[in-house]
Design a protein around this ligand. Structure first.
Ligand code: NDP
Length: 258
């Protein structure tokens, strides 16, 4: 029997994960680190980031915590500067921080509309503005970079009372397709991940009683995805040969039909 050496598929890669203090971002940061990437983890809750970094380091990985609000352009640019200085620059951005606050439009929950637009669109754009130059530079030097944006099945399908959230995610998917046109020729792959329901903290922020009931009912009806399911999908697409770009990945709970 011959002994086989595990070659980490993302060794030499530097990944930045936004929204890394819980849910999909946290699981993805841990998974990318297990595949050999150095990871910089961004979110607002410093304590959660510190725990994540110490878990990754305990498993032999390299991780850097940066507490930042992605709605703050200056803070995100400072984070990009730190990633460049400490880790040599990013070649993978998992642009994932987001919030979902469904409610009937006639409730006029304008603060929640604004919160979703500020985080899911402006925050996403701040990270793109800060890190795309590093992705392009890395791709020119090493032949590959990845911009992976977290969208949602709501970008495609219709869900009553999810209009504003769905609108922000339709923006993410359509933006991603356009950016692929610009960045693909520069060896930066652009992907939009569109999950159905994933059990995370996302649902706990919902305040509208009707939406809360709908979510609770759906949990009874089907087995939701886990954050690890999405993490493995991100790891899979980043591990493909440089010529392969999974443009749009829709990942659903088997029991979720729309
Ligand atoms: P979580 O609520 O568990 O994670 C959201 C993350 O975003 C947290 O780490 C949070 O950290 C971070 N975040 C929130 N506000 C800010 C901010 N202003 N600046 C920086 N980071 C911030 O939810 P998920 O893991 O489910 O969500 C991740 C992404 O997946 C979102 O874009 C969501 O829309 C999308 N998605 C989720 C689905 C689901 O069913 N769960 C389905 C489809 C898409 P902190 O509070 O510490 O800042």
């Amino acid at each position: 029997m011959t002994s086989q050496t595990f070659v980490a598929p993302l060794a030499s890669r530097v990944a930045v994960v936004t929204g890394a203090s819980s849910g999909i971002g946290e699981a993805t940061a841990e998974h990318l680190a297990s595949l050999g990437a150095k990871v910089a983890v961004l979110a607002r809750r410093e304590d959660r980031l510190a725990e994540l970094v110490s878990r990754i380091k305990k498993d032999g990985g390299t991780a850097l915590a940066i507490a930042a609000d992605v709605r703050d352009d200056e803070a995100v640019r400072a984070a990009a500067h730190q990633v460049k200085t400490d880790l040599g620059g990013a070649d993978l951005l998992f642009n994932n921080a987001g919030v979902m606050l469904p409610a009937p439009i006639e409730e006029l929950a304008t603060d929640q509309w604004q919160h979703q637009i500020d985080l899911n669109i402006t925050g996403l754009m701040n990270a793109i503005g800060a890190f795309v130059p590093q992705l392009v530079e890395a791709a020119a030097e090493r032949g590959v970079g990845d911009l992976v944006n977290t969208s949602s099945i709501t970008a495609q399908n219709l869900f009553p009372n999810f209009a504003v959230y769905s609108g922000t995610k339709a923006y993410v998917t359509h933006l991603s397709r356009h950016l692929r046109m610009e960045l693909g020729p520069k060896n930066v792959r652009v992907s939009a991940i569109e999950p159905g329901i994933v059990g995370t903290e996302l649902q706990s922020h919902v305040t509208d009683p009707g939406a809360r009931d709908w979510l609770a009912g759906s949990k009874e009806m089907m087995e939701w995805l886990t954050a690890k399911d999405i993490a493995h999908t991100v790891g899979f697409l980043a591990s493909q040969p440089a010529r392969v770009n999974l443009q749009q990945v829709t990942i659903m709970p088997t029991g979720q039909t729309s």
